[in-house]
Design a protein around this ligand. Sequence first.
Ligand SMILES: Nc1ncnc2c1ncn2[C@@H]1O[C@H](COP(=O)(O)OP(=O)(O)O)[C@@H](O)[C@H]1O
Ligand SMILES: [Mg+2]
Length: 250
Amino acid sequence: MLQTAASPSPVVPPVMTGAQPMLAISDLHAAYGQSEVLHGIDINVAPGEIVAVMGRNGMGKSTLMKTLMGIVPTKSGTITVDGTDVTTLKSHTRVAKGLAYVPQGRMIFSTMTVQENIETGLTVTGSRKVPQDLYTMFPVLLEMKGRRGGNLSGGQQQQLAIARALASNPKVLLLDEPTEGIQPSIIREMGRTLKKIRDERGLSIVVSEQVLSFAMDVADRVLVIENGAIVHESLRADIDEAQVARFLSV
Ligand SMILES: Nc1ncnc2c1ncn2[C@@H]1O[C@H](COP(=O)(O)OP(=O)(O)O)[C@@H](O)[C@H]1O
Ligand SMILES: [Mg+2]
């Protein structure tokens, strides 16, 4: 099932051996009505690992993210977070169990202030105050905390969406095409930020992407999704960039 044109890459990469996965996705199927879109996805993400899921438009990246969050129901298969089966749990309970999500298009609340936006991410923590370390991570949000979300630039809104997701203190952070509509210099900065979040908080990150340079910058491992199935997997160190680029070209 895995495509291994140049050199055979192991299905379970070395980084995974021994460690219990922080996120385990097993034979995941999801559908919109009668139309099945995910056809048996298997992904294990190690503690502190950053995995990029790459694929062209319509291949199932957002459906995978939404299914992990319980926005799209799971038809069959299982999702576990740090050993806890979350497959049948409601979205907010999954957040309490350690999943956080930055949706495609960011979806910040444009009429609410920056601070109010971040506060919406606090609900499962029981705390009502935005932790100072979020503002330390994103100083521009501190500067702008009284501004309305809609008045921020695209890059600033993306930082806000990430801060809101981190407010629930997740074990696993999911980001759906975070570079979409963001200018290249800001994309590089976002890559640094994601690695810093991983290094400082030790969380696992799954990021869907179409920009290969960004994935090469942040990810420890790169997967390719096509028509709802994982068709390629390689560690960043072993990647054949030309081969992955072919999956992404139309
Ligand atoms: N709400 C929906 N209802 C029916 N089909 C959908 C819906 N959302 C997405 N799809 C279909 O599911 C497939 C995967 O879409 P999506 O997960 O959005 O892909 P990607 O995020 O990789 O662009 C596409 O064929 C798309 O048309
Ligand atoms: Mg999408």
